[in-house]
Structures are given as structure tokens and as C-alpha cells.
Design a protein around this ligand. Structure first.
Ligand SMILES: NC(=O)c1ccc[n+]([C@@H]2O[C@H](COP(=O)([O-])OP(=O)(O)OC[C@H]3O[C@@H](n4cnc5c(N)ncnc54)[C@H](OP(=O)(O)O)[C@@H]3O)[C@@H](O)[C@H]2O)c1
Length: 272
């Protein structure tokens, strides 16, 4: 039985992955912001709910991440897999309590920070796995990291790529620095979930019109994460770019100087 933490597991793609991995007989810890969604998720598991638990936490702040990590480490000695499906889709200029943009804080920094704090439990697993879900962002150098990490006057179209690509750099860093740990990034594809709730009106309108024609099912969007946990003998860092096609992946090979710069900035921000 594996112990698997899915940050973002109370909703959408993370919840689907939790359901699939629970049916394999694993122990699941779901983390999300909304306790009602957490309770509803556990209730939806029926007989298998006994091996699932929910942690309510707001990962948009450093304190929120630290508190969540402490509670998880108190309850669990060992984590076999950590899956990050937390995400917000907001294009508005706003700031968290740490003066960071929420898209950066949730969709990248919380993943770095939570993973770093949970490394002691991951190191106790025979084959620890860390998976991060993003949009379609092939692991290719060339994104502009000059505005990282503050992203002053956040502009979604300009800034989303360096935020998302930071996940790939972190997967590469983890692979280099943590012997035995496999790390990867998974493209979510496009699926009908709660992710659009804070999106600009034009994105919501586009999703409403085009969604029925082009969306993947939530099951398909979750498939590569589920397969990566089930078939845990892959060597990272990998990027799965096609939802539902586990065999089609790309090795992440990015400029190590950029990785070092991003990791240094992340360490400085979080002290982790
Ligand atoms: N669906 C798509 O088409 C699509 C496209 C591109 C990328 N993605 C990415 O795929 C991943 C899964 O998203 P989804 O589609 O399944 O959307 P979703 O249903 O909205 O799930 C997002 C999850 O993130 C959690 N979350 C958001 N902010 C948080 C915070 N501050 N602290 C803790 N948890 C927080 C949410 O918890 P609460 O619900 O409790 O707030 C929820 O569990 C995300 O990383 C998303 O960016 C999805």
C-alpha cells in the first residue's frame, strides 16, 4: 500500500487521480482549501473512504504551506508519492500576504516549498515520486525569467510560461539532488473542472463555447499522473505532454544555470 498525497485532491483532476489510486488499494491524503469540497470528496469514495483523509490548507502563503507540512509530517512518517494538482487561473493583478502573485505562489512556489518540507517523509519511501501538473508547456529553454519571482504588474499572457516552466526546472533539480527520487511534470490538457472560476470572462466564454468540442475528459487528464504512480520504475525528469498517453513523454533537459537561479530564488523566498 502506497501513501500518496495529492495537493489539489479535493477537486477536478486531482480528485479523479485520487479516486483511481484509491481503487488500487493505496492510502490517499487529499489537500485543498475548501473543507466542504474535502468532505464531499471523501463521501464520494464510498467503501474506500476509510483509507483516505483530507487536510484543509491554504497554500498561497508561506505560513499556510508550513502549517500543512507540519500536520502531514505529524500524521505520516513516509510518503511514497506527492502529486501537485493545486492551481488557480487568475489574470488579475493581486498579491498574497507574502506580496507574491497568487498564480506564482500556488502554481509553482507552493509546490517547491511543500515538497522541500516533506522530503524527510519522501526519503523514507523505496521509490519516492513527485509529480507536478501544469498546462501544456514543453520543456524548452527560452522563457524570460527576468521578472521571476516578483512578476510586478502581473500579465498572464507574458508571465504564465516562466511560472509554469519553473515546475520543470524544479523537477530537474529534484532529480539531480535526491538520489532515487523520480520527478516529472504532467500536462493537464483541457478539462471541465473548477479551474475557470477566477479566470477572465473571455477565457470562461471561450471554454463554454469550445469546451464541448475540444475538452478532454477529467479521467483522461488524470491518466498520466495515475500511470506514473502505478508504473513507478521510470527515470525522471520527464514531461508528459499528451493527456492519456503515458508512453509519449519528453526528457526534461534545461539550462542548469537557469535551474540554479530559480532554485536559489525559491530558497530565499521560503527558507526551505
Ligand atoms: N482543467 C484544465 O483545463 C487545466 C488546464 C491547464 C492546467 N490545469 C492545471 O491542472 C491542475 C488541476 O486543476 P483542475 O482543472 O483539476 O482544477 P480545480 O478543480 O480547480 O482544482 C484545483 C485545486 O487546487 C486547489 N487550490 C487552489 N488554490 C489553492 C490554495 N491557495 N491552497 C490550497 N489549494 C488550492 C483547489 O482547492 P479548492 O477547490 O478547495 O479551492 C483544487 O483542489 C491545476 O494545477 C491547474 O492549473 C488545468
Amino acid at each position: 500500500m502506497k501513501t500518496i498525497l495529492i495537493a489539489g485532491g479535493n477537486s477536478g483532476i486531482g480528485l479523479q487521480a485520487a479516486r483511481d489510486l484509491l481503487s488500487d488499494g493505496n492510502r490517499l491524503i487529499l489537500l485543498g482549501r475548501d473543507p466542504h469540497k474535502g468532505e464531499a470528496a471523501l463521501a464520494s469514495f464510498g467503501a474506500t473512504a476509510g483509507t483516505a483523509s483530507f487536510v484543509a490548507a491554504d497554500l498561497s502563503t508561506h505560513d499556510g504551506v508550513r502549517d500543512a507540512a507540519e500536520r502531514i509530517l505529524t500524521a505520516h512518517d513516509r510518503l511514497d508519492a506527492l502529486v501537485h494538482t493545486t492551481g488557480v487561473l487568475t489574470a488579475r493583478e493581486s498579491r498574497t500576504a507574502d506580496e507574491l502573485h497568487p498564480f506564482f505562489a500556488v502554481n509553482y512556489l507552493s509546490r517547491y516549498h511543500l515538497t522541500q518540507l516533506l522530503l524527510p517523509a519522501l526519503r523514507r519511501a523505496e521509490r519516492p515520486l513527485v509529480l507536478m501538473m501544469t498546462a501544456a508547456v514543453p520543456p524548452i529553454d527560452g522563457a524570460d525569467f527576468a521578472r521571476f519571482p516578483q512578476f510586478a504588474s502581473f500579465n498572464f499572457n507574458r508571465d504564465r510560461k516562466p511560472v509554469q516552466l519553473a515546475n520543470h526546472h524544479y523537477a530537474a533539480h529534484l532529480t539531480r539532488t535526491e538520489p532515487g527520487l523520480a520527478a516529472g511534470v504532467v500536462n493537464a490538457g483541457a478539462a471541465k473542472t473548477d479551474i475557470m472560476r477566477a479566470a477572465p470572462w473571455y477565457m470562461r466564454a471561450g471554454a463554454k463555447v469550445l469546451g464541448p468540442l475540444v475538452f478532454d475528459s477529467v479521467e483522461t487528464s488524470a491518466r498520466n499522473v495515475v500511470d506514473a504512480v502505478r508504473r513507478d520504475n521510470w527515470q525522471g525528469p520527464l514531461y508528459w505532454g499528451k493527456p492519456g498517453k503515458f508512453e509519449q513523454h519528453t526528457r526534461i533537459a534545461l539550462d542548469e544555470n537557469v535551474t540554479a537561479h530559480l532554485i536559489h530564488a525559491s530558497q530565499t523566498l521560503t527558507d526551505a
